[in-house]
Design a protein around this ligand. Structure first.
Ligand SMILES: *[C@@H]1O[C@H](CO)[C@@H](O)[C@H](O)[C@H]1NC(C)=O
Ligand SMILES: *[C@@H]1O[C@H](CO)[C@@H](O)[C@H](O)[C@H]1NC(C)=O
Length: 435
């Protein structure tokens, strides 16, 4: 968790380190283009929301934004009677945990009273406990399942698993999805050295067995599919289930078999303004808890050079590079800017393309408003950062900034990732959910 500023990538790692397994444990991938056309051009003007089929999807409104808040949150109810908590939705990690009310706990400030843990303690032999630990995990305390999560931004949580009732009130409020699931009672939180969001915990949405969606789908409550739509105006929504979108309007690409722990597509090529940059075979991870996008050093260099070169070409040179405390690469204009809409015409989109079939390429297009922010000082700044500096190695992280105004779908049932342009300020509300 933790975001804003450089480096708050909530990628991961339970106990073990950032391991790339070459032997995926999941069943073999059934290359899934049958779910939808892999389109060469990105997006479509019309909505991909399905408004007439109302079934099991649960829609949770999100609050927050990329800048200045730096994170989003969903309200989740836990316990009996249910109490609300604000959680950071994290597709980069599996475990859901709450800052827990136990004696001697080390916590960061929370918007609600801390979670009083359920007495239903998960023991160490429970398969869900094993799923959180890699290799030959030894139970130091057989009667409980200890966990430790470390995030790429330097924050961490240590605690033990309990089972409790978690309820999601769908946007319509006519549907409440409740289930007894395993979640973490976090009693030792180390804040990220960056901004610490004022939240009660993390909503783990990764691929692993302990992820909320995996737990709900193993009970048959929803399909093992989730998605989000983050608005450039702030807010948006998160959903579980597969009946909120028209699959034929979504650009789908298979999840990688080589990187089974994260939501990674097959490797990508980076294009700028429709032209190749020479950056190929990029490993990507889609991470909703990362505020910004991180490219490894070479790809970052390629992109920032091209953006800078385009600005140099503008007649009258309306932009000058300037130091800004918020982000490493910023430009000032003749007057200070208030909104990205004032500057987007000077910048070109970049795109990532995936080989998703024999002939077709799926494209993830990132328009200027999905890679730039306007700083507090009124400068325009690059929201794609150097991931090598954040010790992300070769991994490129697609963060919230670049997923704005797209419906992004993580389909674990069919092992693919999908996206489509969407106005995410419109909740798929009343029309779809009206009785
Ligand atoms: C979380 O969401 C609540 C209401 O949905 C909002 O009041 C609060 O400001 C949000 N917190 C953050 C850190 O975004
Ligand atoms: C990215 O960060 C690494 C590590 O700090 C540094 O060596 C490299 O020069 C940086 N790349 C660019 C393009 O700034």
């Amino acid at each position: 968790m933790g975001k804003e500023k450089v480096g708050l990538v909530a990628l991961v790692l339970i106990v073990s380190s950032w391991a790339v397994s070459s032997a995926p444990s999941s069943p073999s991938f059934r290359g899934d283009l049958s779910r939808g056309k892999a389109s060469l051009t990105f997006g479509s003007a019309s909505s991909s929301l399905v408004l007439n089929r109302v079934g099991s999807s649960v829609v949770l409104p999100l609050d927050g934004n990329v800048h200045p808040i730096g994170s989003y949150n969903a309200t989740v109810y836990v316990g009996q009677p249910p109490k609300p908590y604000f959680l950071d939705p994290d597709t980069g990690s599996d475990l859901t945990w709450l800052q827990c009310d136990v004696p001697g706990a080390h916590c960061t400030p929370t918007p609600h009273p801390r979670y009083p843990p359920s007495p239903d303690i998960v023991d160490c032999s429970d398969p869900i406990c094993a799923s959180l630990h890699s290799g030959d995990y030894r139970c130091d305390h057989p009667e409980q399942c200890d966990y430790e999560v470390e995030y790429a931004d330097g924050g961490s949580s240590l605690g033990a698993l309990v089972k409790d009732v978690v309820s999601f009130r769908s946007y319509s409020s006519s549907r409440v999805l409740s289930a007894r699931v395993a979640l973490g009672c976090g009693y030792d939180q180390k804040p990220s050295p960056y901004n610490v969001p004022f939240l009660d915990g993390v909503l783990g949405l990764g691929k692993g067995r302990s992820s909320i969606v995996s737990q709900l789908s193993s009970r048959g409550l929803v399909a093992n599919v989730l998605g989000h739509c983050l608005s450039t105006r702030g807010g948006g929504f998160l959903f579980f289930g597969d009946d909120l979108y028209d699959s034929s309007r979504i650009s789908w690409t298979p999840m990688s078999r080589d990187y089974p722990k994260h939501y990674s597509p097959e490797t990508a090529e980076l294009l700028f303004a429709g032209k190749p940059t020479g950056q190929k075979n990029l490993l990507l991870v889609f991470d909703s808890a990362s505020t910004y996008t991180y490219f490894s050093s070479e790809a970052y260099r390629a992109l920032s050079l091209r953006v800078t070169n385009e600005l140099e070409k503008l007649s009258g040179k309306p932009f000058t590079e300037i130091r800004d405390p918020e982000l490493p690469l910023c430009w000032k204009g003749r007057q200070s800017f208030k909104n990205i809409r004032e500057v987007r015409k000077y910048f070109k989109p970049f795109a990532l393309t995936f080989n998703s079939g024999k002939r077709t390429k799926t494209q993830f297009e990132v328009p200027p408003e999905s890679y730039l922010i306007i700083s507090k000082m009124g400068n325009v700044c690059m929201g794609v950062l150097n991931g090598t500096q954040e010790k992300l190695g070769d991994t490129n992280v697609i963060g919230d900034i670049s997923m704005q105004d797209k419906m992004v779908i993580y389909d674990n049932a069919n092992h693919c990732l999908g996206w489509a342009s969407e106005d995410c300020s419109q909740l798929p509300k009343s029309r779809a959910f009206a009785a």
